[in-house]
Design a protein around this ligand. Sequence first.
Ligand code: GLA
Length: 400
Amino acid sequence: MRLPASLALLPLALAALLPAAPRADAQQVAATPPMGWNSWNYFAEKVTDKDIRAAADEIVASGMKDAGYIYINIDDTWEGERDASGVLHTNSKFPDMKALADYVHSKGLKIGIYSGPGTKTCGGYAASLGHEEQDAKMYAAWGIDYLKYDLCSFIPDVMLKQAPHDEVQQMRLMVAAYTKMGKALQSTGRPIVYSLCQYGWDSPWEWAPALGGNSWRTTGDINPHWDRIYTILSQQAGLEKYAGPGHWNDPDMLEVGNGKLTLAENRSHFSMWAMLASPLLAGNDLPHMKPEIKAILTNRDVIAIDQDPLGHQASRIYSDGEVDVWARHLSGGAMAVAILNAGSDRVATHPFHLDLAKLGLHGAQQSKNLWTGNSVELTQNMPITLPSHDILLVRIANPK
Ligand code: GLA
């Protein structure tokens, strides 16, 4: 099999581009992209202790835990005030964080929390500036397993204040702030996934692994609209060389099951986040999840693409009109190919013709359609029809 240049060069590029070795224990906590659920996309600032417990219950009852979803992550708005000793307390929505963590752990799950390097979080709650070690120790004492660290008020608090006219210095201050919390987490001795959230500013994929980042957001916020999901997806092309075991690009949490996304859009969103080796953090209302949404989130074949131990994020190989073709290598010499109709229903009646040669493939390829489970023989220039925003996702066990 002849590899397209973008895929063949990947390991070399990876070695050359990482500034330093990722944290020694990075692989221990995120050898494959973290999977779980986060409160923000559905509950936003309304989330309570009760919602977190219900999510933990449902992730087990729905079979999602068995499918690999392990982290139950509390996003912004759990924070109360600091006392005279600087200890941050929870607010009334979260009466006892240690008890909540114990409850989540009792289900065989892990628990995540949220803060940021400024004085305030994005929601205006207390963040960690000047209290990094104290907060990290408290997280560890509670039994926290995952921290999302969100830039927000660090921009006016520090970057704009200390270096108002010097963007280079602003970025240095930002990296220093993320380094500080990275060290604080490490010094707790507890394995805690460190998830950077600073919207992809200043190419975090180039510096986050060295400071212990297990993932870094690559863009601004997602929302449950196809246009936003597709924009974020398109911005991931070219970032594949930075992902690997222990350190992942994060195109933001899943919107599967949220808003008015169609079934095709939910399927395509999930398929592509799996192709991207993205963290898979569901963001829907688990206790009221429809069966067809559960079926998407628990598709084992698609999850296996995301969780493939090689950790090779997909490359966008080519686009033809409204159709994008992405591919990634999998362990055991296998390959995953995604053919996405990003546009109108025209491709439902006017087929797209697949150019296998562009994927480095020659002759007929036996594959499995990961949404129907059917075998599909892929041939050069074969016509493929796809409704608007739908996807053909296949796994080729022995690509030739
Ligand atoms: C930012 C982040 C979101 C969410 C909110 C919470 O916008 O990017 O993912 O955490 O803050 O306030």
